[in-house]
Design a protein around this ligand. Structure first.
Ligand code: IMP
Ligand code: MG
Length: 179
């Protein structure tokens, strides 16, 4: 798998240090709140599991699979909810945990859906952000790193369902993906 990468941009240690920092901030901000954490599958499963293990407050951990991606590397703009919450979020403080924000379409649509369901507050925590790709403005409350417009994999993120299990984040060689 490593041979398919052009470059490793964040090592496991660098990611770990950042995750701890984010978990500390979140723990402080949500300490006395009725708090629901929503992991966006599949890309965020590793980030979220490291994040919650570094938080020292109790949290209600939930999952949604919502994506605007097919097997390619560009967004289709359509949001599909493939797996939904099984809890009522009315009046709850919601924290969405995402792997990477690109166009912003997925999360802005998801945020609207969750507000319609009566969420009290909604904040976003994303490991990575590609600001140059934004199509819809979206506020990121807790951000790991900004990255340039490159397709990255590892630490939960895939290309065609591969590379999620790499413990670091790397840039995929362009010849690996085809449109
Ligand atoms: P958005 O709606 O364009 O912001 O799409 C965000 C989603 O696209 C992320 O949750 C990822 O699943 C996927 N995505 C965007 N950029 C990358 C990337 O560089 N590598 C892997 N997945 C990506
Ligand atoms: Mg994702």
């Amino acid at each position: 798998m490593k041979n398919d990468l052009k470059e490793i941009i964040f090592t496991a240690d660098e990611i770990n240090a950042k995750v701890r920092e984010l978990a500390k901030k979140i723990s402080k901000d949500y300490e006395n709140l009725d708090f629901v954490l929503i992991t966006i599958l599949k890309g965020s499963f590793i980030f979220a599991s490291d994040l919650v293990r570094n938080m020292d407050i109790s949290t209600n951990i939930n999952f949604m699979e919502a994506s605007s991606y097919g097997n390619g590397t560009t967004t289709s703009g359509e949001l599909k909810i493939k797996h939904d919450l099984d809890i009522d979020i009315r009046g709850k403080h919601v924290l969405i945990v995402e792997d990477i924000i690109d166009s912003g379409i997925t999360l802005s649509k998801l945020k609207n859906i969750l507000y319609e369901r009566g969420a009290g507050t909604i904040k976003i925590c994303s490991l990575l952000n590609k600001p140059s790709r934004r199509q819809i403005e979206i506020e990121i409350d807790y951000l790991g790193f900004n990255i340039p417009d490159e397709f990255v994999v590892g630490y939960g993120m895939d290309y065609a369902e591969k590379y999620r299990n790499l413990p670091y984040v790397g840039i995929l060689k362009p010849e690996i993906y085809t449109f």
